[in-house]
Design a protein around this ligand. Structure first.
Ligand SMILES: Cc1cc2nc3c(=O)[nH]c(=O)nc-3n(C[C@H](O)[C@H](O)[C@H](O)COP(=O)(O)OP(=O)(O)OC[C@H]3O[C@@H](n4cnc5c(N)ncnc54)[C@H](O)[C@@H]3O)c2cc1C
Length: 413
């Protein structure tokens, strides 16, 4: 099977490419998106959806400018479905920020699942068959290969795939989530973990997502014709695995404010590739570095396209800041504190680093910076500060506030 025709073949990991995609999709953000977004037309034909996720994930294009484009082109009513989908991302980011223990539990649970599955030959053979597209379930096998080869799956395919992985193949959901995170170019600790939890009935507690044969046939445009008997029916959520229920949402993590006039190093990560959007004029910036981190997504190999997209995104982000940047590599022994000490700065400033592998990697490095009297300061976007306080329960709490958030962030002007 070859996916050479996929549209991603022509997409570069830089802002220009993202803006081009945003512009091209602008006319389709209104009624057409609402009517057609659930259709998965297959690789090379994903034209009913924007495919902006690898850019939005790295903020090469922000949620805010995506929503502005939709509102200006179609108005908030006609573009409401598209705007809501963008808000799902902001909601998931905020939800995980307020419950970091869910990310920590995913990480430890995944290592346990991997150890247990590897120790069971038959179980591990099933995992490998699922990941290589050799289960005999034609649609599922196709999506496994599409994911690995293109780094993208349509949202509906992600839902079907996760449901079949969990309920038909009965494989551990965290290994499936890890498979996605390793290969999705847009792979994101919040959207992915919570997307899988949603399918498993762990997010909307007790309500699992069932992949139905008629639904797959209809929304794949007849490309696949699975039988009902080949897929699990009456799926039961995995809530029994988490008898303690969901943790209560905590307050947002306070960020240390950078001091104007102090010698500063600017750090750019794939968590936000538009540092120039922040007002950096008050800081005495002496040096800049990019910090690559995508191999941290998993203890297993991460797709080459993921690291390549990150590499070009970081280069592009540094170029837009207009400074030469040292290239640090978190997966290859980067010494953040040593770098900051070597250039003699008193603070490191970076756009906010949310929950996920890079934040986990940072912990010991923050202690080392601290020990050297160097402050680590984060810049949080107004968008996040407007959405995250409402990400305490279901999406609907955020959805209800969309008009208010658009007003507060100046989008509706
Ligand atoms: C099991 C599972 C895993 C997922 N893993 C990821 C992931 O790792 N990274 C990721 O960005 N999205 C993830 N999603 C959400 C969604 O599938 C993708 O964001 C979407 O398919 C990206 O394609 P697009 O840009 O063409 O989307 P469009 O339909 O054009 O939507 C526009 C933007 O809205 C956001 N968005 C849309 N749908 C969702 C959603 N359900 N949840 C969160 N944000 C959304 C994305 O930023 C997307 O780029 C996952 C969904 C599921 C069910």
């Amino acid at each position: 099977m070859s996916f050479q025709t996929d549209l991603f073949a022509s997409v570069q990991g830089n802002r220009q490419s993202g803006l081009h995609l945003l512009d091209a999709f602008r006319p389709r953000m209104g009624k057409r998106y609402a009517a057609q977004r659930n259709m998965d037309a297959g690789p090379g034909n994903h034209r009913a959806v924007s495919r902006l996720s690898p850019f939005i994930r790295r903020r090469l294009v922000t949620e805010q400018e995506t929503v502005i484009a939709a509102v200006r082109a179609h108005g908030p009513e006609e573009a409401s479905k598209f705007i809501e989908e963008v808000f799902w991302r902001s909601y998931f980011k905020g939800w995980l920020e307020r419950r970091p223990s869910v990310w920590a539990a995913y990480c430890t649970g995944l290592e346990q699942d991997l150890a247990q599955s590897r120790s069971d030959e038959r179980r591990w053979a099933s995992v490998e068959a699922a990941e290589t597209g050799a289960t005999g379930i034609a649609c599922f096998d196709f999506w496994a290969q599409e994911l690995v080869e293109t780094g993208y799956l349509h949202n509906h395919a992600r839902m079907w795939f996760a449901s079949i992985w969990i309920f038909t193949l009965r494989l551990p959901w965290r290994i499936g989530a890890d498979f996605f995170l390793r290969h999705l170019i847009d792979g994101d600790p919040a959207a992915n973990t919570l997307g899988w939890r949603w399918v498993a009935g762990l997010h909307t507690r007790g309500k699992a997502y069932e992949a139905k044969a008629w639904n797959i046939e209809k929304f794949s445009g007849g490309r696949f014709t699975p039988t009902e008997s080949g897929l699990a029916s009456n799926v039961a959520s995995l809530v029994a695995e988490e008898p303690g229920g969901l943790p209560r949402p905590g307050p947002l993590r306070p960020v240390r404010t950078a001091t104007p006039g102090t010698t500063t190093a600017l750090l750019i990560t794939e968590e936000d590739c538009q540092s120039e959007e922040f007002d950096l004029s008050a800081f005495d910036i002496r040096a800049c570095a990019t910090l690559a981190g995508s191999p941290l997504r998993s203890s297993r190999p991460v797709g080459r396209a993921v690291a390549e997209f990150e590499r070009t995104a970081l280069e592009d982000a540094a170029a837009r800041v207009g400074r030469p940047a040292d290239a640090l590599d978190a997966a290859n022994g980067a010494d953040l504190a040593g770098w900051a000490v070597s250039i003699g700065v008193k603070q490191v400033v970076t756009p906010y680093i949310p929950e996920g592998p890079l934040r986990d990697w940072l912990h010991p490095h923050l202690a080392a910076l601290d020990a050297n009297g160097i402050a680590f300061c984060e810049l949080r976007r107004d968008w996040d500060s407007a959405v995250w306080p409402h990400a305490t329960a279901s999406f609907f709490k955020v959805k209800d506030r969309i008009p208010e958030i658009l007003e507060a962030t100046g989008v509706s002007k």
